[in-house]
Structure formats: structure tokens, C-alpha cells
Ligand binder design. Structure first.
Ligand code: SAM
Length: 338
């Protein structure tokens, strides 16, 4: 039965007629494939099955958000928490195979929490050069009576070649409010005075405290229990996938990776075992044809949390010309057209 939702609730849902319609856009692989066959497609399939038929070394960036070592019900697909050893075996069953999809100069990010991080690090470090660990401070999560509330996740960043990988730090700069404006000769030092306040554009660190988990009033929200924020995935894609490059996600969930890749003018491909989530992915991909906005990413920079009104104000002050999102400016190769 459909849940009743409040009027301002913007959660993306599926009707029965949409399910029937969107099903036409889902794919499965049963034979060897080429890049043309798979790019910009959503496969409703177990990654361990699809991987047998996917081409090798065609992907610029892997974004991997696997089931963590927690008991979770992904709309009927139940993942059960196991011992550390079993989880390590589980990671070993797919991660090395998925890494074979990467081009020799490709990059990979793997998300995890404190419980699964050691298994992910162990297996990833056997096959890739670990460049960093990003800590994402999530503002949500249940409090616990007899333990510390979990408020962070890890995102491991790896590359295949230490001296040859894409990294565009200028595309992931942060716009932050200046708390103590410092002036030299009466002029701002490394910050900007604007009608909306004082801001500094800063280089991003590996501690991310500017990203909220999607919630019911956000236009990207779905009922997926572990949906990643578009803003978080946008940082990974902009920094580590060249324009027109290909991003692959083996555990698509509600499709955030593919949707953000599309919004930013990259190609996408991915697998999701659950039909309901694969359908949500396709619905969100269709919505991205008309709406390329990524909440928190505006005018080519990443804004702090809770600055939506400020972002809107800056946008209305600028001409419509400047509001064209980056993805709209990128020449796009359509792999599905000859
Ligand atoms: C942590 S969630 C990913 C959430 C996603 N990043 C998003 O933003 O919605 C993991 C997803 O992997 C899917 N999954 C689990 N095992 C899978 C498998 N063997 N092949 C493909 N998908 C799988 C689950 O159904 C779940 O939706």
C-alpha cells in the first residue's frame, strides 16, 4: 500500500503504470558486450552475473557503495550482518572483479562505515594504490544508549597508477563563509566581499562536513534506505572523471551515481539487483533530462550546509546566462548513436 506523505514531501516514488513503462528501459547481460552495448544503461542484475559479460578496462571511475556489514532490508533483498572474516570473503568475491573494469589510469572510490572499513581497505590495497581516506561526517543517525552514535563514514580513494590518474581539484572548490575577515591595506585577504556576505573559496580536504543525507523535503529523495547524497557523488565525479568519461557503479541502489554522472555530462553504467531500485534509477535518469541541479553545488563551487537561500539569492542576482549548469555546456558523445 502507498504511504501517506505530507504535502511538502518531495520523495520520488513509482506508480504501477510507471513501473510497467520504465521496465522497458532496464537491461540484463547474457552475452559478451562492447562499450557501445553497455554505456548509459542500467542493468537490473546481480553484479556477479553481469561482470561475466561486461567489457574490461572501459571505465574511468568506479563509485562503489556496497552493502555494509549491517543487517539491512533492501526492499526484500536482505543483507545479513556477518563476522569480520565472512565480510572480508564477501568483499573479495566482487571487488577484484569490479576493479578489472577500470582503465589503466582509472580511479575508484569505495564507501563504508567503521565496521566494514578494514575489509574494504585490505582488499582494495591488494589491487589498487590507496591515495586517501575521506571522512564524511553525516549529521543523521540514531543515538545509542550504550555506545557512541555513528556519525561518520569512510570513502577510500584508490588509483591503479600512481603517476597517471585524473584529478581536477579546481572543480571541487568549496565556498565558505569567512568567520574572521582579515584585511591587508584595507582590502580583503583571500576572501570576497559580496552583497550576500563574506566568502572564501577554499581547497577541499579529506574531511567532508558539508553534506546532508537526503531527506523527505529534498527533490532527490527516494525511499531507498541508504541513498547517498547527490552532492557527495558530484565531488567524486568532478574530481576523478574527465568530461565525457565513463562512471560505473556495481551497487546502484536508487541510481545516485548514474544520475549525477548524467547531470555532470559524464557517461554512466551500473547494476542493481533489486528491480524496484533499478526502476527508481531509470525514473531519476529521465528526470535529469530536464533538471540538472545538484543541491549544494552552484556556480561551479560547493556551498556549506543550510545555504540554499543564499545560493538562490546569488543566482537571482546573476543573469540567466550564467545560470546554465556546467553539464549543459559539455559536448556530449552519444555512445548509443552511430
Ligand atoms: C548501499 S546500497 C547503494 C545505495 C546507492 N549508493 C544510492 O545512492 O541509492 C547497496 C545496493 O546494492 C544492491 N545490491 C546488493 N547486492 C547486489 C549485487 N550482488 N548486485 C547488484 N546490486 C546489489 C542493494 O539492493 C542496494 O540497493
Amino acid at each position: 500500500m502507498e504511504k501517506e506523505r505530507a504535502g511538502r514531501n518531495r520523495t520520488i516514488t513509482l506508480s504501477d503504470s510507471e513501473r510497467l513503462d520504465l521496465k522497458q528501459s532496464l537491461h540484463t547481460l547474457t552475452d559478451d558486450s562492447t562499450v557501445h552495448d553497455v554505456v548509459d544503461k542500467t542493468f537490473n542484475q546481480d553484479i556477479l552475473e553481469a561482470i561475466k559479460y561486461l567489457p574490461k578496462h572501459f571505465v574511468d571511475l568506479l563509485v562503489i557503495d556496497p552493502p555494509y556489514n549491517l543487517s539491512k532490508d533492501f526492499a526484500g533483498f536482505k543483507f545479513k550482518a556477518t563476522g569480520d572474516g565472512e565480510y572480508l570473503d564477501y568483499v573479495r568475491s566482487w571487488l577484484p572483479k569490479v576493479l578489472e573494469l577500470l582503465k589503466p589510469n582509472g580511479s575508484v572510490y569505495v564507501c563504508c562505515d567503521w565496521k566494514s572499513t578494514s575489509a574494504i581497505y585490505q582488499v582494495l590495497s591488494e589491487y589498487a594504490i590507496i591515495k586517501n581516506r575521506i571522512t564524511w561526517q553525516r549529521e543523521k543517525g540514531r543515538g545509542a544508549k550504550s555506545n557512541w552514535k555513528n556519525a561518520m563514514e569512510d570513502i577510500w580513494f584508490g588509483v591503479l597508477k600512481d603517476n597517471d590518474y585524473f584529478f581536477d581539484v579546481e572543480s571541487v572548490m568549496q565556498k565558505r563563509k569567512v568567520i574572521a575577515p582579515y584585511k591587508v591595506d584595507g582590502k580583503p585577504k583571500d576572501w570576497e566581499e559580496t552583497e550576500e556576505g563574506n566568502f572564501r573559496i577554499t581547497y577541499p580536504s579529506n574531511f567532508w562536513d558539508d553534506i546532508s543525507i537526503p531527506y523527505w523535503s529534498m527533490p532527490e529523495n527516494t525511499d531507498h534506505p541508504t541513498q547517498k547524497p547527490e552532492k557527495l557523488i558530484a565531488k567524486l565525479i568532478l574530481a576523478s572523471c574527465p568530461k565525457e568519461g565513463i562512471v560505473f557503479d556495481p551497487f546502484l541502489g536508487s541510481g545516485t551515481t548514474s544520475v549525477v554522472a548524467k547531470k555532470l555530462g559524464r557517461h554512466f553504467c551500473g547494476t542493481e539487483i533489486n528491480e524496484e531500485y533499478a526502476l527508481l534509477t531509470v525514473k531519476r535518469l529521465n528526470m535529469a533530462d530536464n533538471d540538472k541541479d545538484i543541491q549544494g553545488y552552484c556556480d561551479g563551487v560547493f556551498w556549506e550546509r543550510n545555504t540554499l537561500n543564499l545560493q538562490k539569492k546569488t543566482q537571482t542576482l546573476k543573469s540567466k546566462k550564467h545560470r546554465v549548469t556546467e553539464s549543459a555546456c559539455i559536448p556530449f558523445i552519444d555512445f548509443n548513436k552511430e
